[in-house]
Design a protein around this ligand. Structure first.
Ligand code: CA
Ligand code: CA
Ligand code: CA
Length: 286
């Protein structure tokens, strides 16, 4: 039975550091004027505003940042984004963007005009979000207020470590990639990189009952390693342990290990992971 390179379970260990999410969107105001459809004007979203005009629900096809006009601060829900203040939001969608749903604007001259605001989505980084009254026939657009929007990624990648078996123990080298070792994903970084940092074996490189082949662990680079399919006939099966790391472009780190077993035989008895006989470092990732 040839089991390599099948992934047979998920017994590897994983650890990741997680950050906190930033502010979410808030419920829309209760409308006090009939709602009207809003228009797309180039890159700007024109929202006809009545007092407390209702925003599009987040997650709908039309989900985008809209300016919600209010006549007093009393109409701004607690915690809502008020134009003129800064906001930090967690990146929440590929390829690393965020779409806050509403920015409330308190206007001194009432809510009788449409307001314009760039709808997003906004990529990682800082953005000036400007709310304007639209240009009229004889007058240019007028800035009402502006805010700084910071889209951040504070969440570590997630991973599912793999467990691989090499069979038969014919002393041949088998190639594994870091992606074989851990299947990683990140909410904000679609180009996430995973690489090895170390490898160890719980059997010596050359001892009694395992043939005379060396080396048994060969790194081609930080992302590819070759492992020899062999074990001591006098022991309980060989376990290679591969350490991996994945870092998103914001610098959040996830790391863990996966294991590669060479069973002693095909009796289904578990392969026993003993204390490492030796360990080597992977080449630098960059
Ligand atoms: Ca991340
Ligand atoms: Ca060997
Ligand atoms: Ca063992």
């Amino acid at each position: 039975m040839r089991r390599f390179p099948g992934l047979v379970g998920g017994s590897g260990r994983f650890s990741g550091r997680k950050g906190s999410s930033a502010n979410g969107t808030r419920d829309a105001l209760t409308s006090c004027m009939p709602r009207m459809p809003y228009l797309l004007l180039g890159a700007l979203c024109a929202l006809p505003i009545g007092c407390g005009d209702e925003a599009e629900p987040a997650g709908s096809a039309a989900a985008a940042l809209v300016a919600v006009c209010t006549e007093t601060t009393d109409d701004v829900p607690d915690g809502a984004w008020l134009c003129g203040t800064d906001r930090v939001v967690e990146c929440d969608a590929r390829p690393g963007t965020a779409t806050p749903a509403e920015i409330f604007v308190v206007v001194s001259d009432g809510c009788g005009e449409r307001l314009l605001v760039e709808p997003g989505p906004f990529p990682l980084g800082d953005h000036d979000v400007v709310v304007q009254k639209p240009a009229a026939a004889s007058a240019p657009a007028v800035e009402v207020c502006r805010s700084r929007l910071s889209v951040v990624d504070t969440t570590a990648p997630t991973a599912i470590p793999a467990h691989t078996e090499l069979w038969p123990p014919n002393h041949k080298l088998h190639v594994l990639s870091a992606a074989d070792c851990a299947r990683v994903a990140d909410a904000c970084d679609p180009d996430l990189d995973v690489h090895f940092i170390s490898a160890s074996s719980d059997e010596p490189v050359d001892a009694e009952g395992d043939g005379s082949h060396a080396p048994d662990i060969v790194f081609r680079d930080s992302r590819v390693v070759s492992l020899r399919a062999e074990r001591q006939g006098t022991s309980n099966g060989r376990v290679y342990t591969l350490g991996w790391q994945a870092r998103d472009r914001a610098g959040n780190l996830a790391e863990g290990t996966c294991t590669v077993d060479v069973p002693h035989d095909q009796s289904k008895r578990p392969t026993i992971a003993d204390f490492p006989a030796y360990s080597i470092q992977a080449p630098p990732a960059f």
